[in-house]
Ligand binder design. Structure first.
Ligand SMILES: Nc1ncnc2c1ncn2[C@@H]1O[C@H](COP(=O)(O)OP(=O)(O)OP(=O)(O)O)[C@@H](O)[C@H]1O
Ligand SMILES: [Mg+2]
Length: 146
């Protein structure tokens, strides 16, 4: 049996209380993957903002949380997926203070600063997937072939 493949959880994001479940599951899996408290909290904070975007801007969707193994050791990768309107200009959406919803516009840009890897797949035709990855030992990143 492949135990690594079992370390993957899908959390629906349909209502406010689901955001709490996302935070709990990300923290639990980060702990089990060997994240220290600071790394855990950074990833949970990023996940919380991105899950809120999935709900508010994407009309709901899901979070996919999975353990990954790379050159930097063990990490956690979390994708936030929705089939909402999409983000027509990703660079603009990532700039500090940009919000189409009267928010602070700090969710995306702030999240990006809290994780080691950050990717947005979206466009004007709809649907958004934001994937963030953090490593249990962030200091191992950048000393390899990157
Ligand atoms: N999943 C998504 N689907 C569609 N648009 C999105 C999505 N996530 C973000 N956006 C767009 O990117 C903008 C910036 O997002 P960001 O999280 O930085 O700010 P915000 O959610 O408006 O405010 P806050 O600071 O409260 O998070 C949003 O206002 C929205 O236009
Ligand atoms: Mg936001």
């Amino acid at each position: 049996m492949n135990h690594a493949a079992q370390e993957s959880i899908r959390v629906p994001i349909r209502k406010d209380t689901d955001l709490t479940v996302v935070r709990q599951q990300v923290r639990a899996l980060a702990q089990r993957t060997g994240f220290g408290l600071v790394q855990q909290t950074k990833l949970v904070t990023a996940a919380s903002e991105l899950a809120r975007n999935t709900l508010l801007h994407g009309g709901g969707g899901a979070a996919e949380i999975r353990v990954v193994h790379g050159q930097a050791g063990a990490g956690l990768s979390v994708s936030f997926v929705d089939s909402g309107p999409g983000i027509p200009d990703v660079d603009l959406a990532l700039s500090d203070g940009y919000s189409t919803a009267g928010g602070l516009g700090m969710g995306l840009s702030g999240s990006k600063r809290l994780v080691q890897e950050f990717e947005i797949e979206s466009g004007p035709d709809g649907g958004t997937r934001v994937t963030v990855t953090s490593w249990a030992d962030p200091y191992s990143v950048g000393h390899g072939v990157r």
